[in-house]
Design a protein around this ligand. Structure first.
Ligand code: CO
Length: 204
């Protein structure tokens, strides 16, 4: 079963070894990524590929609509391991335009469990309702909500106790907010990079 995937896998491993005979040996002994990626599960947003990084270079956490919920133990475990053990220097919260999770959060349809998961996005939409309504075009409104969600998640990450403790002990750590475009493959840096406690307040 799934023979085509196994064939792909063998070809990929062979290509890696052809380019660098010790590639896997090195990775086996250590992972030392400088970056933590918090992104959407969407299959069109492959974290490593987008930023041209090899295995071992990017620590990845993905979920529907790239959320960083303060009570989610999965996300928190990843965050703590990335900061305290791997000592990543950058945390990238990466949303994407055309996110189905963002659209589902505000379309008023009931889907079940995921409605609860997406609740934080409805909160952002509610808080920013005037600004969003001012954008006449529904697509522009959803795209802006993708951005606002990323900014909120950057705030969640930056205000987390693991991040605050890292800053308090002088660890070099920045939190960034990006949105990836499915239509051209480029990321849009939302310029909300936060590297110090004092910078959190300017995040919406
Ligand atoms: Co998405």
């Amino acid at each position: 079963m799934l023979d085509h995937l196994k064939t792909n896998n063998r070809a990929w491993a062979a290509r890696k070894i052809a380019a660098d005979a010790r590639f896997f040996q090195r990775l086996e002994n250590q992972q030392a990524p400088e970056y933590l990626w918090i992104g959407c599960s969407d299959s069109r947003v492959p974290a490593n590929e987008i930023v041209g990084l090899d295995p071992g270079e990017l620590f990845v956490h993905r979920n529907v609509a790239n959320l960083a919920p303060p009570q989610d133990s999965n996300y928190l475990s990843v965050l703590q391991f990335a900061i305290d053990v791997l000592r990543v220097k950058h945390i990238l919260v990466v949303g994407h335009y055309g996110c189905g999770g963002i659209a589902a959060a505000v379309d008023g349809k009931r889907r079940g469990l995921v409605d609860h998961w997406l609740h934080p996005i409805r909160e952002v939409a509610h808080e920013q309702r005037a600004a969003l309504d001012a954008l006449g075009d529904p697509k522009a409104r959803l795209d802006r909500l993708c951005e606002l969600n990323v900014i909120r998640q950057v705030r969640n990450v930056a205000s987390d106790i693991f991040v605050q403790e890292a800053w308090a002990r002088g660890q070099d750590l920045s939190v960034h907010g990006w949105v990836y475009s499915l239509s051209n493959g480029l990321v849009n840096d939302l310029a909300v990079t936060t590297s110090r406690l004092e910078e959190i307040e300017r995040l919406g």
